[in-house]
Design a protein around this ligand. Structure first.
Ligand SMILES: Cc1cc2nc3c(=O)[nH]c(=O)nc-3n(C[C@H](O)[C@H](O)[C@H](O)COP(=O)(O)OP(=O)(O)OC[C@H]3O[C@@H](n4cnc5c(N)ncnc54)[C@H](O)[C@@H]3O)c2cc1C
Length: 680
């Protein structure tokens, strides 16, 4: 048999972004020997690209913030498709996870009185994003890495071996999860540099592999986002939830072609930038949907006043959740009112001084100057939607991160449920910390409770080797780059921001054809430093995940969040009760089935006004809500507790697990701007 390097661990974490690192720390703290595996260099990963910040209701900048308000915002953003328990845990535990990062050495920006500073952001009621300038993700990764190094130093002091209990395998790709008797027994992969194979024997594997953006042509995502974790989960028998919900960030660069899709931070809009069409009109005022009407300004004057007086004015519609803004831009372009290069104009030049822009948006200034020769202090940017994030992912138990396959866990972008049909910006970084910790803990507890470790079967290893080497045996087959380009074009054209039945059917057909060709794609010879070979292996995953997105999008006959059907334009309360679940058989064939969405308990429903619930719930659900309210002991205090429907009235301080408000009440920052919002 081919030489294979063998390792044995208690917990293997695939992915070294925020979710993976936080999971690994927790597993090691629980006394488990832990491996961290990542495709790129340690310290890369998408998490490092996050700029805007991590959402956590600490109440440092506006004391009215607390977990209940954050929970409400998250559920509204996700259009009530979120797993309520995940949204609850996230809202309650995010502040603790941020404070914990400080104990690991993170240095967040401060308010004048010395608390962690918090930014405004699309869909968040109060300034809520803890941040470090415009490089929050870098600080998050740096801090978590540093914590891992400190744990390794402890291990060295105790054992003389830095890697006794936690070891990083960088530039290593996992291609298979192995299971024995229905439970995880390990995983298999290769070193990207040498092409040599590795086998990890481990009873618990945590998937923290991030998203799927590289299946789409225009994306803010990097080469690593090939949906590996999603596909690995499917192949090992786990379920993927609601893969139709893909977030198109409204503002990516549209020009020049070589940089199309690169993100333009939401901070531009948070700092006062506005969207205009070719006629110079601030068109977002025409696109405020009914569900959000009470919370957004109706005139430009009110929207502009909000920047300096957020307590007495409503926010401008440029700061609607991303799905709404992306659809509006799409509609303007389609109506012929777009910019010359097929986007719309994002204008901060006419709204803020050059000095302000240089200070607040230095990366954006350089990005446009260097890449597009546009001076954003003098002229508007041209922007359009770009594939940014996948809300769909592995179905997990909210409390432990356990997938439905024993021994398999998932956290971060690869997992599903938390963000419903649309993620609010800033909620990913806090999601990574909250559920990374929980998954690490869940995996460690699972291992501790195992009577015996499942043993990897030799046949499974042989099969993994054969699959990995197959592209070398197909001389003369199509290039993986061609197939990849076709897949990206297909998803972009047929499963993009606006979807229709005939196009989705065509997408499913084209993907089926591409999947036939995948069995013939050929890698250039030689395993050492061979990106063509790597792509052949990644393509399997991208096609499988692309099929899940297309099939689920075809199945869901409504429009909600990151899924817009031209032929079913409205939200349907009946469809809100349905999770679409993808599974795969041994031949990698995907099936989509309906599964009920877990029902939100009444204590959480009561955080919303009845009139707001009526926008999302079915008649039967509303009748049950009313009945419970009128029953002896039933409460109608929920609406009062939740504040007004527009959410501007404060609720009380957080309860157990939530944050105690500690700051002073102003959204203004020290340099005079009321908002700084924006995840890049
Ligand atoms: C440009 C940009 C800006 C963003 N800004 C923000 C922001 O300000 N706030 C916010 O909340 N969110 C932001 N997001 C979203 C957020 O950054 C991501 O959702 C989040 O970082 C994902 O973290 P993760 O730990 O799940 O995965 P990642 O950080 O992407 O890590 C994935 C890891 O898995 C590894 N991996 C993948 N496949 C394999 C495999 N087969 N074998 C081995 N390793 C593998 C990768 O190498 C990597 O280490 C932004 C996203 C982008 C693209």
């Amino acid at each position: 048999m081919t030489d294979i390097e063998r390792h044995s661990y208690d917990v293997v974490v695939i992915g070294a972004g925020g979710a993976g690192l936080r999971a690994a720390i927790e597993a090691r703290l629980a006394g488990k020997r832990t491996a961290i595996i990542c495709k790129s260099l340690f310290g890369k990963a998408h998490t490092v690209m996050a700029e805007g910040g991590a959402a956590a209701a600490m109440g440092n900048v506006n004391p009215n913030d607390n977990w209940q308000v954050h929970f409400r915002d998250t559920m509204r953003g996700g259009k009530f498709m979120n797993h309520w328990r995940m949204a609850e845990l996230h809202a309650k535990e995010a502040p603790e996870r941020i404070w914990e990062l400080e104990t690991y050495g993170a240095l967040f920006d401060r308010t004048p009185e010395g608390k962690i500073s918090q930014r405004n952001f699309g869909g968040h009621e109060y300034p809520r994003l803890a941040h470090v300038g415009d490089r929050t993700g870098l600080e998050l990764i740096r801090t978590l890495q540093q914590k891992i190094v400190s744990l390794q130093q402890e291990d060295y002091a105790a054992t003389g071996d830095y890697e006794a209990n936690i070891r990083v395998f960088a530039e290593t790709t996992i291609t298979e999860i192995l299971s024995t008797g229905g439970a995880v027994s390990g995983c298999f992969g290769y070193y990207r540099e040498s092409g040599d194979f590795l086998l990890f024997e481990a009873p618990a594997v945590v998937l923290a592999t991030g998203g799927i953006g590289k299946s789409f042509k225009v994306t803010s995502n990097s080469w690593e986002y090939t949906g590996d974790g999603h596909a690995l989960a499917l192949r090992s028998g786990a379920k993927l939830l609601n893969m139709e919900f893909v977030q198109f960030h409204p503002t990516g660069m549209v020009w020049p072609p070589s940089v199309k899709g690169i993100l333009v931070t939401e901070s531009v809009r948070g700092d006062g930038g506005v969207l205009r069409n070719a006629d110079g009109k601030r068109f977002m005022f025409d696109y405020v949907p009914d569900v959000f009407r009470k919370q957004y300004a109706e005139t430009e004057e009110e929207g502009d006043r909000w920047y300096t007086d957020p307590d007495n004015n409503r926010r401008p519609p440029e700061l609607l959740p991303r799905d709404e803004v992306a659809r509006a831009i799409n509609a303007e372009v389609k109506a012929g009112r777009g910019s010359p290069r097929g986007g719309v104009f994002l204008d901060i030049a006419s709204r803020r001084s050059a000095e302000f822009i240089h200070k607040r948006l230095p990366s954006m200034y350089h990005q446009f100057k260097e890449l597009a020769d546009v001076d954003i202090t003098k002229e508007p940017m041209e922007v359009g939607p770009t594939c940014h994030y996948v809300m769909g992912g592995v179905e997990v138990d909210p409390d432990t991160g356990a997938a439905t396959v024993p021994g398999l866990f998932a956290a971060g972008e690869v997992s599903g449920g938390m963000h419903g049909s649309n993620r609010l910006g800033g909620n990913s970084l806090s999601d990574l910390l909250v559920f990374g910790k929980r998954a690490g803990d869940g995996a460690a507890s699972y291992v501790a409770g195992l009577p015996a470790r499942p043993v990897v079967a030799d046949d499974d290893v042989t099969a993994a080797v054969q699959t990995a080497l197959a592209p070398f045996e197909r001389a003369g087959g199509p290039s993986p780059y061609e197939v990849h380009a076709e897949l990206q074009q297909t998803l972009n054209d047929l499963v993009g921001i606006i979807r229709r039945q005939p196009e989705l059917e065509q997408a499913v057909e084209r993907i089926a054809e591409l999947r036939k060709r995948i069995d013939t794609v050929a890698a250039p010879p030689g395993r050492r430093y061979n990106p063509g070979w790597h792509l052949c292996l990644d393509l399997r995953n991208m096609l499988m995940v692309g099929e899940c997105v297309a099939r689920a999008a075809l199945e869901r006959q409504e429009s909600r969040g990151g899924h817009t059907r031209d032929d079913y334009p409205g939200m349907s309360a009946d469809w809100r009760q349905v999770n679409l679940v993808c599974t795969a058989n041994d031949a990698d064939e995907v099936t989509v089935a309906h599964q009920p969405l877990p029902e939100m308990p009444r204590r959480l429903q009561e955080l919303f006004e009845r009139s707001e619930l009526a926008k999302y719930l079915t008649e039967a659900e509303l009748a049950a809500f009313d009945q419970a309210a009128s029953a002896p002991g039933g409460s109608d205090a929920g609406a009062a507790q939740a504040g007004t429907a527009d959410g501007r009235t404060a609720t009380g301080a957080g309860e157990a697990g939530g944050a105690e408000p500690t700051g002073t009440s102003t959204a203004a920052t020290d340099d005079g701007a009321a908002t700084d919002g924006g995840e890049k």
